[in-house]
Design a protein around this ligand. Structure first.
Ligand SMILES: NC(=O)c1ccc[n+]([C@@H]2O[C@H](COP(=O)([O-])OP(=O)(O)OC[C@H]3O[C@@H](n4cnc5c(N)ncnc54)[C@H](O)[C@@H]3O)[C@@H](O)[C@H]2O)c1
Ligand SMILES: [Zn+2]
Ligand SMILES: [Zn+2]
Length: 404
């Protein structure tokens, strides 16, 4: 049997490439595997040879030691691969298919899944609704920053690319379908972006850039991206966004007024989450900054899309309240402005097929927007460090060297 190698979380600031078991159609015990999930049979699953698997800002929360992720956890929830083995109960997915894996694991059988809410599937994580590969508190499904990975519920979950050769030509774009393109798009849709909207996107990381590109696809008239990182802001300008450098300016409304003539936007998207920094010169960590500032700059009646991650436990939080996810949010302001808030994991399956078509037709240019950068599995630990330092890149791991 072939071996397997994977990116493993070792401890705060440390990831390593290690040998792990070749996957099987069963979820075995290992670091982070929920006891109630051990031994779970997955005859409805497939084994994939991983073609691409991306590093995500969500992984960084764990690698920075800001979650309770255990040492030894195999990372990776953004997976694209070729099917090399199919389980007994898989009917339609075939060996050789090239597929995108939604990062949310979902059974297709529970009430949430039947209502298209695959981000809160009730049957895959014994602790709470919702799950993902290679992630803390998500049931223990083994991550896919590896050579091979097992994917359950294959018929329901997998998005098959219609033509393999065509797909390999656009693989740098298609690899974004497992998470950040649907996530950015969901952020924009849930913020109510439509033709002519003015939009503020907080964060110019890959998710923020994906949200900005999505807002453009939805017809926004102006997209303003805010961050404290000038290199990432220049990446946002490269595809037509306006930008605000929040390390230089603490009054976001004033900056928006200089661009739009009014201090408010129609729609706002939080692509930062709980590790947010304050604005202005003394910009230490201030976890509620983005939530409070988007309420301030969004017009009354507006919608706030919040893909940025907020946690229920943060060992590295700035204060005791934040350690359990209680933040100082000015909810009175949001209430007074009758804002709608949309939070949570992205239901990837609501969007991935249409976004695939947008990529294949040439309408969407997501790889360019996020500056997709292909690396080998062995380069992953260094890429984690570079990404943490804020380079304007989305790292795409090519574990078998098939893209070069
Ligand atoms: N909801 C979902 O399903 C989902 C999916 C993917 C990622 N996420 C989350 O989305 C967030 C962004 O992901 P990413 O990969 O782009 O992460 P990232 O860490 O690369 O980007 C975050 C950016 O926010 C910037 N930032 C910090 N404070 C800010 C502030 N006050 N205003 C504006 N920008 C600020 C940082 O400088 C950084 O560039 C993360 O929290 C991630 O966990 C959620
Ligand atoms: Zn991700
Ligand atoms: Zn389900």
């Amino acid at each position: 049997m072939a071996g397997n190698r994977a990116v493993v979380y070792v401890g705060p600031g440390k990831v390593e490439v290690r040998d792990i078991d070749f996957p099987d159609l069963i979820l075995r015990d290992g670091p982070g595997v929920n006891k109630l999930n051990v031994g779970r049979k997955c005859d409805h699953g497939v084994i994939l040879k991983v073609v691409t698997t991306n590093i995500c800002g969500s992984d960084q929360h764990m690698v920075r030691g800001r979650t309770t992720a255990p040492s030894g956890l195999v990372l990776g929830h953004e997976i694209t691969g070729e099917v090399i083995e199919v389980g007994r109960d898989v009917e339609f997915i075939k060996k050789g298919d090239l597929v995108s894996v939604p990062f949310n694991i979902a059974c297709g059988r529970c009430r949430s899944c039947k209502e298209q809410n695959t981000h809160i599937c009730e049957n895959v994580n014994p602790d709470r609704p919702g799950s993902a590969y290679g992630y803390v508190d998500m049931g223990g499904w083994v991550g896919g920053q590896s050579e091979y990975v097992m994917v359950p519920y294959a018929d329901f979950q997998l998005l098959k690319f219609p033509d393999k050769d065509q797909a390999m030509e656009k693989i740098r774009d298609l690899t974004m379908l497992s998470d950040i393109f649907p996530t950015g798009y969901h952020g924009a849709v849930s913020a109510g972006v439509k033709t002519g909207s003015t939009v503020y996107v907080a964060g110019a990381g890959p998710v923020g850039l994906a949200a900005a590109h999505s807002a453009q696809l939805l017809g926004a008239s102006v997209v303003i991206v805010g961050d404290l990182n000038e290199e990432r802001l220049s990446q946002a300008r490269s595809f037509g966004c306006e930008t605000v450098n929040l390390s230089l300016h603490d009054n976001l409304g004033e900056q928006i007024e200089q661009i739009l003539g009014v201090p408010e936007v129609d729609c706002a998207i939080d692509c930062v989450g709980f590790e947010a920094h304050g604005h202005g010169k003394n910009h230490g960590e201030a976890p509620a900054t983005v939530l409070n500032s988007i309420m301030q700059v969004t017009r009354a009646g507006g919608q706030l899309g919040i893909p940025g991650l907020y946690v229920t436990g943060d060992p590295g939080a700035v204060d005791e309240d934040a350690k359990i996810g209680s933040l100082k949010i000015r909810i009175g302001l949001g209430w007074a402005k009758a804002h709608t808030f949309v939070t949570g994991q992205t239901p990837v399956m609501k969007y991935h097929r249409q976004l695939m078509s947008a990529i294949l037709s040439g309408k969407a240019q997501i790889a360019k927007a996020v500056n997709a950068t292909v690396i080998s599995l062995d380069e992953a630990p260094r890429a984690y460090g570079d990404f943490d330092r804020g380079v304007a890149r989305k790292f795409v791991i090519d574990p078998h060297g098939v893209l070069k």
